[in-house]
Design a binder for this molecule. Structure first.
Ligand SMILES: *Cc1c(COP(=O)(O)O)cnc(C)c1O
Length: 252
């Protein structure tokens, strides 16, 4: 299906390690095997890597930048139509995990299953109208899943919404035409331990789910801290480096 067997082998080895870590973390936390979803973060890496990962059984990918993401999704789609592979685009999901500029809402609505990083009113409005348009012109059929990103330490450069502001933003998503409120997302700040932040996250989430019982997803945990996140209720880990290797040194 794809060239470069050495690259595929490297991905296979690291993917196996991450799958083992994930299974052990689920077991330790007393959770069902396979209960936590793995999103493989392929930002900065080419479509050929996504194809390798598909051949290794992965189906969900995380991207954080436009136009890189949209182009890559198109390239993956073209590769699938040409081949006799038993995988089609409807089997795959691409999630937007990085901050979204409002003006990029239209392109994101074209390819994303879900946006993990929704953190302001204007973005909700832009994603809703973009998704409605995409459904009208049959670029997509499903609603766009939305996770609200919580800002845990109040640092305004980090993105995310303060916990107190979650209900107002969630209500806007619930009242939208084409968005579906799926849950919450966090990135643990570097200060303090992951344990500290994931405990806080679990508390915010408990309160949130009382009010929005349909929004049970918790996207939490990356290469370095996903075991801790799983211990505190994460339903979805976003793992880049531990599978892909170090990202090429390009500035964000
Ligand atoms: C890059 C990125 C990840 C993956 O981080 P790793 O430490 O490489 O696993 C997860 N979440 C978000 C929002 C990211 O931007």
């Amino acid at each position: 299906m794809t060239a470069d067997p050495a690259r595929r082998e490297g991905l296979r080895t690291r993917l196996e390690q991450v799958r083992d870590r994930l299974a052990r973390a689920e077991q330790t936390a007393g959770r069902e095997r396979g209960e936590v979803d793995l999103v493989v973060v392929t930002k900065f890496f080419p479509a050929s890597d996504v194809r390798h990962l598909i051949s290794l059984g992965e189906r969900v990918f995380g991207e954080s930048r436009e136009p890189e993401a949209g182009r890559k999704v198109d390239e993956v789609a073209r590769g699938l139509t040409g081949s006799a592979a038993d995988v089609s685009m409807t089997d795959l999901a691409f999630d937007m995990i990085g901050s979204v500029q409002t003006k990029k809402a239209r392109t994101v609505a074209r390819w994303a299953r879900r946006v993990h990083s929704v953190d302001r009113d204007r973005l909700v409005t832009a994603l809703d109208s973009a998704t409605t348009s995409a459904r009208e012109d049959h670029t997509r059929s499903e609603p766009l899943g939305v996770l609200l990103q919580i800002n845990l330490d109040g640092d305004p450069t980090r993105g995310g919404v303060l916990p107190d502001e979650l209900p107002a933003l969630a209500d806007l998503v619930v009242e939208s035409v084409s968005l579906r409120l799926d849950g919450l997302m966090v990135i643990a700040p570097q200060s303090h331990t992951p344990e500290h932040w994931m405990e806080q996250t679990a508390r915010h989430r408990e309160r949130f789910v009382e009010r929005y019982p349909q929004a049970k997803e918790l996207s939490a945990g990356m290469s370095g801290d996903f075991e801790t996140a799983i211990a505190h209720g994460s339903t979805c880990v976003r793992v880049g480096t531990a599978i892909m290797g170090d990202r090429p040194l390009i500035s964000h």
